[in-house]
Design a protein around this ligand. Structure first.
Ligand SMILES: [Zn+2]
Length: 498
């Protein structure tokens, strides 16, 4: 049954924990490992409703791709292709995102990360238990399977959306791994057909504070581009001139969001899924983050109170970089108003029809032609925007080549008007770096003010106390490597007081 040439799983999975988790069908372990049953050749999620197999008859895998590579087939009851993704360190996550959303060779992708092909393969295999090429292949197959079973997209659309480049090869591979053709596979499951749009279920591991996430985005909503209601997040999207919109809602009684997509070209679907997973931080392993941050006296009650608060990301890094610059030293409300004016004045109309959304955030080209007059910006902020646009035009890869905070800080703070706060805020929400920390943030200062004041030498306490950025950085030291999550908690503590 199993392939001979499988790369053995890393010794990262503890069978005792896996056993307990699958016996109790513990949702918090969903997507963290898979159980393959030797006698049936099927692999399952820990939450599978089927009767659990005996321990001596199973093998554990870290991800669905590895189980499939070893010759096992996804279970029809728990649908492993729909499980949440593994939580991964930022670099490993970015490596797999590049791998899965492009057709570039491993060599080209490795270069982006400033690695040799060999180094890239080694690091990748250490994290994912498979060589990059095999991982890409199985991930594509699993995504195709998910789309075949859950959407009404045409088979050709599914082929390209899941990363295949030829229909013939798609058919061959599906047949060889699943023993059924794509259309036979599709007949196995009844799909919802009452909707003209494509709906994709995006699973997460609980806890997940959906309302908290919506509130965060609501405060920062750009009218005409975003629409945040009590139950949904909607926005216009654009990829190289192709436009559309997405709507994200929570599925009742499930640990999953629903992503509804309308786009001119559905081969972009995988890119959209990857972006949305990141934007809503669906792959985070909150048990690890909660445990770490709970050791801090200030954060412990917040972690307790706001379970499942994630790190809200962004849809597009360029758009976000502009918003970060506009957010320098002003309130969230003021920054949002300014961004809204820029979007309205310089954005292009949304070509697909949507009741609430009317245009797309301006592209780099549209922005470079803007003069930013009459929107309430100071001369120096306008200058910073121009400096930033010039730089970005010259180095559009600056974020793709992100290695670490120090390096990005060195590069960007060399630009006039861009300081460590902006860089860290971009890294935190734009690049989802869990350790980014905008230390000079007004919200952070406010939330730590009393604590830092009390810790100051007695003779300093009565003067007009002003915390130093280096003291805040020192205070945040023990929150590493999750300082970005700590920041979100501190912001929440302020919002809760208001
Ligand atoms: Zn199952």
């Amino acid at each position: 049954m199993a392939n001979k040439n499988i790369i053995e799983e890393q010794n990262m999975l503890d069978p005792t924990i896996c056993f307990k988790a699958r016996m109790s069908r513990d949702n918090r372990f969903d997507g963290k490992f898979y159980t393959a049953v030797m006698s049936t050749g099927i692999f399952c999620r820990p939450i599978c409703p089927a009767r659990a197999a005996k321990e001596e008859n199973v093998r554990y895998f870290k991800n669905a791709a590895s189980a499939q590579e070893a010759g096992f087939t996804p279970c029809k009851r728990c649908l492993p292709e729909q499980a949440p993704e593994q939580a991964m360190p930022l670099q490993a996550k970015r490596m797999s995102e590049s791998l899965l959303t492009t057709h570039q060779s491993i060599e080209t992708i490795a270069k982006q990360f400033d690695l040799s092909e060999r180094q890239f393969r080694r690091i990748f295999s250490n994290h994912y238990g498979l060589a990059p090429k095999q991982y890409r292949q199985h991930h594509s197959l699993l995504l195709a399977r998910k789309l075949l079973l859950t959407t009404t997209l045409s088979i050709a659309d599914i082929c390209f959306a899941s990363g295949f480049t030829s229909l013939r090869r798609f058919n061959e591979q599906v047949k060889s791994v699943y023993k059924l053709t794509p259309s036979q596979l599709r007949q196995q499951q009844s799909r919802a057909t009452d909707d003209n749009f494509v709906n994709i279920k995006l699973q997460y591991r609980p806890p997940f504070d959906w309302q908290g996430m919506l509130k965060f985005f609501h405060l920062r909503q750009l009218p005409g581009i975003e629409k945040v209601t009590e139950h949904s997040y909607q926005r216009s999207i654009t990829f190289d001139g192709k436009t559309g919109w997405i709507e994200i809602t929570q599925l009742p009684n499930q640990f999953a969001l629903n992503l509804r997509v309308m786009i001119e070209d559905y081969s972009l679907l995988n890119k959209i899924i990857v972006k949305v997973r990141r934007m809503f931080d669906l792959d985070a392993d909150m048990s690890v983050i909660h445990k770490h941050l709970s050791q801090d006296e200030t954060l412990a009650p917040l972690v307790e109170k706001f379970q499942g608060i994630r790190l809200p990301g962004c849809w597009d890094i360029f758009e976000f970089s502009i918003r970060a610059i506009l957010g320098q030293q002003v309130s969230v409300k003021a920054a949002t108003t300014l961004a809204g004016r820029i979007a309205e004045k310089y954005g292009s109309p949304l070509t697909v029809v949507h009741e609430q959304l009317s245009y797309c955030f301006p592209t780099l080209e549209e922005m470079t032609q803007a003069d930013f007059s009459n929107i309430g910006l100071t001369q120096s902020r306008i200058q910073t925007l121009h400096t930033w646009l010039d730089f970005y035009q010259q180095y559009p890869q600056v974020f793709e080549q992100y290695k670490n905070l120090e390096q990005l800080e060195d590069t960007l703070t060399a630009l006039k008007g861009i300081g460590p706060w902006t860089v860290n805020y971009i890294a935190m929400r734009g690049l989802s770096d869990p350790n980014a920390f905008p230390a000079a943030d007004l919200g952070i200062i406010k939330s730590l003010y009393e604590e830092l004041k009390n810790a100051a030498p007695v003779d300093k306490q009565n003067e007009r106390f002003k915390p130093k950025t280096r003291d805040i950085i020192a205070r945040a030291d023990k929150w590493q490597p999750w300082r970005a999550y700590a920041t979100i908690y501190l912001w929440l503590s302020l919002a809760a007081q208001e």
